[in-house]
Design a protein. Structure first.
Lengths: 209, 209
């Protein structure tokens, strides 16, 4: 598995979708109409049985579109769904354990929120680091402190791994976030506030155009 | 892995322990001073990283005592901790998926709450069924309806698998629960309301004496 490619890292947040009356699988389909560097499924409030069902359905959509698909938090769900990788938080299972399970070919991402975590992650068997929240975010229950564009630049300079910027990023922020050196940019709410396919297409143009 | 043996199935509920000011690992050690049919770790509110750390520590205690150790809900944590099995709820990953993962030698239990679920479980690759709540319980956030001793007898008659009775069972209930045909009886709070080692010893005498 190559590392995360430049461009848009789209996150389907099941709970954020449902809160807007959107069907998560339909949102995943909309996102996959444009070339993404990755698609991630986040389903914090679902049961495990619902998680694996949704992950399998989204995996099929992503596979058909040739887009790498990652499951948030849970390597077991990623494996059962046939996903291309998993995105881990600091409180999830350690990346080393997950790497031994998934083997060398799956992608593993790790969330980081300060330069200490970015430095510590240099030794971890991961393919990229999420770093943020770059701006204030509404889709996390207990967000870490905002790191800002200066923090993002510092993380890019410090990190041994490519950085995926995340957290409260709007479409109009994308040129500045890209200029700060992020390999890819993760969007959640910004893709849902409007037509998801159109928003994703506009984000990709801003990031790769 | 043989199926669950007659006797006491002790559950270390991390959150119930912490609510009483008890250290979960110390409670596990206390339980393991008596012969148990199984020891289960339940840690609903812990992070995954804390879950696997606690599960590894409890696994070592159970292994030293020769007691089968199961992790609640999560087969991935069970594997990482080297547990002997996993206990699944109706909303957890399907037993068939978990069996393929864990292989034939680990124990898999499945919670059931009515005769329909008991009947449906006949085709599942599990080693025993939990059935309950037999009485009103305080350690589940959203408990299923109480089944009572009559419900327990009906489940024992219907089930293709041994039944572990669970839910709100006090020490004084054990003779009646045993008489209803449960293979083993799971206790949570009843072992914490007093000295855990003494309560467990008393429960074992009531169940096997």
């Amino acid at each position: 598995m190559p590392s995360v490619q430049p461009g848009l890292y789209a996150i389907v947040d099941r709970d954020a979708c449902l809160a807007r009356g959107l069907e998560p699988l339909a949102v995943a389909r909309a996102f996959c109409t444009v070339p993404l560097s990755a698609l991630q499924l986040r389903a914090k409030r679902a049961t495990d049985r619902d998680r694996v069902g949704l992950a399998r359905a989204v995996a099929a959509v992503a596979r058909a579109a040739g887009i790498p698909f990652l499951v948030n938090d849970r390597a077991d769900i990623a494996r059962l769904a046939g996903a291309d990788g998993v995105h881990l938080g600091q409180d999830d299972l350690p990346p080393g354990s997950v790497r031994r399970w998934l083997g060398p070919d799956r992608m593993i991402g790790l969330s980081t929120h300060d330069l200490g975590q970015v430095g510590a992650a240099a030794a971890e068997p991961v393919d990229y680091l999420g770093f943020g929240p770059v701006f204030a975010t509404s889709t996390k229950e207990r967000p870490s402190p905002v790191v800002g564009l200066d923090g993002l630049r510092a993380a890019v300079a410090r990190s041994a791994h490519p950085i995926v910027a995340i957290g409260g990023i709007r479409l109009e922020d994308l040129p500045a976030v890209r200029a700060a050196g992020a390999r890819s940019v993760a969007l959640v709410s910004a893709l849902l506030d409007g037509n998801p396919a159109e928003r994703a297409a506009r984000a990709v143009r801003l990031l790769l155009g």
